[in-house]
Design a protein around this ligand. Sequence first.
Ligand SMILES: *[C@@H]1O[C@H](CO)[C@@H](O)[C@H](O)[C@H]1NC(C)=O
Ligand SMILES: *[C@@H]1O[C@H](CO)[C@@H](O)[C@H](O)[C@H]1NC(C)=O
Ligand SMILES: *[C@@H]1O[C@H](CO)[C@@H](O)[C@H](O)[C@H]1NC(C)=O
Ligand SMILES: *[C@@H]1O[C@H](CO)[C@@H](O)[C@H](O)[C@H]1NC(C)=O
Ligand SMILES: *[C@@H]1O[C@H](CO)[C@@H](O)[C@H](O)[C@H]1NC(C)=O
Ligand SMILES: *[C@@H]1O[C@H](CO)[C@@H](O)[C@H](O)[C@H]1NC(C)=O
Ligand SMILES: *[C@@H]1O[C@H](CO)[C@@H](O)[C@H](O)[C@H]1NC(C)=O
Ligand SMILES: *[C@@H]1O[C@H](CO)[C@@H](O)[C@H](O)[C@H]1NC(C)=O
Ligand SMILES: *[C@@H]1O[C@H](CO)[C@@H](O)[C@H](O)[C@H]1NC(C)=O
Length: 552
Amino acid sequence: MLRLLTCTLHILTVMCLSLAEVCIDEGVEFDFEYASVGEPLYAVCPLYNFLDSNNFNVTWIRNDTQAEITSDTNARVHQDQNFLKFIPAALDDSGSYQCIFRNSTMCIKKIRRVVVFNYDDGLCYNHSIKFRSEITLTTSLTIECPFLDNYGNYWKIPVKWFKECEPLDLDSGHYGTAPKALIVKNLSTEDSGNYTCEVPFIYNGVTYKLSRTMEHTILDLEKDPEPVMLYPKNDIIEVELGTPITLSCRALFNGSTLLFWTFNESLISDYAGEDRVITGDPVETVTEDGLLHFIDLNFTKVLEEDYNRKFYCHMFYTTKSIKFYVTIKKPDPNLQGVLIAVFLSLFLVIVIAIITIRIFKVDIVLWYRSSCLAKRASNDGKMYDAYVIYPKKFSGTSSYEMDIFVLKVLPEVLEKQCAYQLFILGRDDLPGQALMDLVDETISQSRRVIIVLGNMFCVDESDFEQKIAMYDALIRNKIKVILIEIEKITDYTTVPESIKYIKQKQGVVRWKGEFTEDALSPNTRFWKNIRYQMPPAHRYSDSELHYIHSED
Ligand SMILES: *[C@@H]1O[C@H](CO)[C@@H](O)[C@H](O)[C@H]1NC(C)=O
Ligand SMILES: *[C@@H]1O[C@H](CO)[C@@H](O)[C@H](O)[C@H]1NC(C)=O
Ligand SMILES: *[C@@H]1O[C@H](CO)[C@@H](O)[C@H](O)[C@H]1NC(C)=O
Ligand SMILES: *[C@@H]1O[C@H](CO)[C@@H](O)[C@H](O)[C@H]1NC(C)=O
Ligand SMILES: *[C@@H]1O[C@H](CO)[C@@H](O)[C@H](O)[C@H]1NC(C)=O
Ligand SMILES: *[C@@H]1O[C@H](CO)[C@@H](O)[C@H](O)[C@H]1NC(C)=O
Ligand SMILES: *[C@@H]1O[C@H](CO)[C@@H](O)[C@H](O)[C@H]1NC(C)=O
Ligand SMILES: *[C@@H]1O[C@H](CO)[C@@H](O)[C@H](O)[C@H]1NC(C)=O
Ligand SMILES: *[C@@H]1O[C@H](CO)[C@@H](O)[C@H](O)[C@H]1NC(C)=O
């Protein structure tokens, strides 16, 4: 019984041992094997690097199906010791393959991953599967077609080369070939690109191709950083004589420099006295744009000798140097300012003149008449300077004043003092004359008509005088009318339309005065306004003009 049990146990143990073979699992190889669809691929067992496959039996198993790969060399996919061969590869060959090394005492396994891919549309490669390299510009570049060694000596057949999938003209001087390699001569950044090599591969009488794509980026040589001179840049500045000025040489450079000012290739200390033109100490500050270097050149005052000379700021950096100058110029007189000032004052003068003329128009005209410049009043054959029309019958209290004004004041000033000849109906007419004819005749013999207005303007016999005068003035345009108000008219309804019209057109001269001495001076504003409207007076003699010049 016990023996039977022991025996059974033994059998079980043997069975178990043979079923569950202990195999060391090395996990998954990091690197992939790649092949494009239709190209042969020899996937290599990743264990072969550290185990000699001759001492082992090698087995390949597809990981997802756990199916062992056949060893039949005529099969499209078969195993051949170290190699798992796809002739050619198909898209669904992509996956993981277990590679197992065995000898009688041990077992070891590792997974190899295979990727089979398609080309990108219109290209001879898949952009995500290519070898990349970046180099800086050198004289030449050798590009080797990689991973061909496992395929035997097929690479001894000339390799075809493509750049961006366009075949390269290998006979041109720019390219040369070596076994498995392309040599790009006289390299420039233009030679950057995707290079594809193609090698024929014959298996069982069928020709396949192997292709590899490499992307080469050729970078220009790093240039030495160049300084940036901010000031001066061969400037010309205008400075007034005797004023101080600071010229600040400023440059950006991320490194150490020597910055200094010169004149005529000599240091500034040789140019002027030590204390008139001074160079400061070079200063460095870190700014957003890099390291800023500057050095001041101070003129305590600019002299004539400084003008039109070139002061250079030099900068030494690495093994090179640069220099820029600034020239101090005497400023031009400010022509523009002068012109503006001239025009402004001219404008002001004109404005003031216009205002003055408006205010003193009357005085100016009177002065002009009194001066020698005035032409004598032409002899137009008229007898009177003015025909005076005034209301003769007043019912109001002002009747007295009206008579005083017309018969006393007007003649006193205009006739006696200003030498005018007036015609006043009731003073100058002879009794028995036909009134209508006389008025008509006399008005046409007069140069002006003076109409004196007061309150309580009445329609009376003076009415026809008015009518004739208005006819001459307004319709025949023959005579000028001067309106005088001897008092403020409160009710204009009684005033004839024609007179209102003239008043509106040319205004009235208003008598404000008392009947005093002063009011009888022809140089008061009232009389000046009347005289202004009157024709120029006949001149008698210079002595009689004295009152015109004497001011009130
Ligand atoms: C291999 O297959 C096993 C089970 O069949 C699975 O667990 C494992 O993830 C697979 N390995 C790879 C790398 O596909
Ligand atoms: C099997 O391989 C291992 C590792 O190389 C070695 O140590 C061992 O001796 C081999 N066994 C036989 C029977 O050759
Ligand atoms: C490989 O397998 C064969 C037959 O299965 C066997 O004769 C041979 O000894 C094995 N070789 C090694 C190294 O284990
Ligand atoms: C290029 O290769 C990648 C990785 O295998 C694949 O995912 C992609 O589909 C391929 N491109 C084309 C156009 O097949
Ligand atoms: C190299 O290329 C430059 C322009 O890229 C060209 O001027 C020069 O002649 C070329 N030299 C040779 C030896 O081809
Ligand atoms: C290589 O080709 C890709 C497109 O597939 C392009 O974007 C890239 O610029 C090319 N490389 C160079 C260095 O020209
Ligand atoms: C510049 O220097 C030279 C020689 O040092 C001298 O002959 C010349 O007069 C100088 N010019 C001025 C403008 O100072
Ligand atoms: C030059 O002038 C500037 C300002 O006008 C002043 O800040 C600076 O200290 C002066 N440098 C020298 C060396 O006098
Ligand atoms: C100096 O370096 C800064 C960044 O550190 C950069 O932005 C700047 O362009 C550089 N300036 C020069 C003149 O090289």
